[in-house]
Design a protein around this ligand. Structure first.
Ligand code: CA
Length: 226
C-alpha cells in the first residue's frame, strides 16, 4: 500500500483528505504542522507528500526544502495563495505539482495518482547510458553522475531529462514535454519547464547560465545536445 504524508493544519480539510484518500486504498499519515511533517517523513519515508503552504509553525516551502535535502519523494503543494510567484517558489524549492484551494477532491486524487505514476517509472536491469563531456546518465538505474559524483534528480526531473535525451539533437515542443510529464491538462504551464530546466541545468551543466546540453529554443521548446 502506498503511504501518503498529508500536511495540513486545517482540521476539517485534513480529515476530508484523510477519509477520501483512505477510501481510495492509500495509507494516510495526517499531520498538522511542518515540524511534525519532517519528523514523520524521517521516521517512515512516504511515497508521496501533500503539503499546505500556510502552516502554523513554518512555511510549507521550508518543509519542501527540508524534505529535498535527502529525499526525491513526489511533493504536491496546496495553497490558497494563487499567485504565480508563490507557485514558482514552491516548484523551485522542489515541489512536483500544485493545487490551488478550494479544489475538488477528484482533482487532488488525480494529481496524486499522476505524481505517483511519474515516480514509478519501471527500473530495467540494463539500458542506455548517455554520456556527455560534463555528465553521465544511466537511464535504467536512474543514476546521474557529474565528475564521478552522483547527482540526485527528482522523479519529475528524470522524466523531463529522459523525454529529451531519448531524441538527441531533436527539438521537443514545450507543450509536448508538459503533456508527457505532467499530463494533458498542463500544455500551457510553460513556467513549470522554465523552473525545472533551471534546476536540471544547475545540477548537470558545467555552466548553468550557458547550457550546452539542455538547450532552450525560445518560444518553441527544448533540445538535448550530447
Ligand atoms: Ca493552512
Amino acid at each position: 500500500m502506498q503511504r501518503l504524508l498529508i500536511v495540513e493544519d486545517e482540521p476539517a480539510l485534513r480529515r476530508a483528505l484523510t477519509i477520501n484518500l483512505r477510501a481510495r486504498s492509500y495509507e494516510v499519515v495526517p499531520v498538522g504542522d511542518g515540524a511534525g511533517a519532517l519528523r514523520a517523513a524521517a521516521a517512515s519515508p512516504p511515497d508521496l507528500v501533500v503539503v499546505d503552504l500556510g502552516l502554523p509553525d513554518m512555511d510549507g516551502i521550508d518543509v519542501i526544502a527540508g524534505l529535498r535535502g535527502w529525499s526525491t519523494v513526489p511533493i504536491i503543494v496546496l495553497s490558497a495563495r494563487d499567485s504565480q510567484a508563490q507557485k514558482v517558489r514552491a516548484l523551485d524549492a522542489g515541489a512536483d505539482d500544485y493545487v490551488t484551494k478550494p479544489f475538488g477532491m477528484d482533482e487532488l486524487v488525480a494529481r496524486v495518482r499522476a505524481a505517483l505514476r511519474r515516480a514509478d517509472i519501471p527500473q530495467l536491469a540494463t539500458g542506455p547510458v548517455v554520456t556527455t563531456p560534463d555528465f553521465t546518465l544511466d537511464l535504467a538505474a536512474k543514476r546521474a553522475t557529474r565528475d564521478g559524483v552522483e547527482v540526485k534528480l527528482t522523479p519529475t526531473e528524470w522524466h523531463l531529462v529522459e523525454a529529451l535525451v531519448r531524441h538527441p539533437g531533436i527539438l521537443v515542443a514545450g507543450s509536448q514535454l508538459l503533456a508527457e510529464v505532467w499530463g494533458p491538462g498542463f500544455a500551457k504551464e510553460t513556467n513549470y519547464l522554465r523552473v525545472y530546466f533551471a534546476q536540471i541545468r544547475r545540477k548537470l551543466e558545467a555552466d548553468p547560465s550557458r547550457p550546452r546540453h539542455f538547450v532552450t529554443e525560445p518560444g518553441l521548446g527544448y533540445r538535448f545536445e550530447p
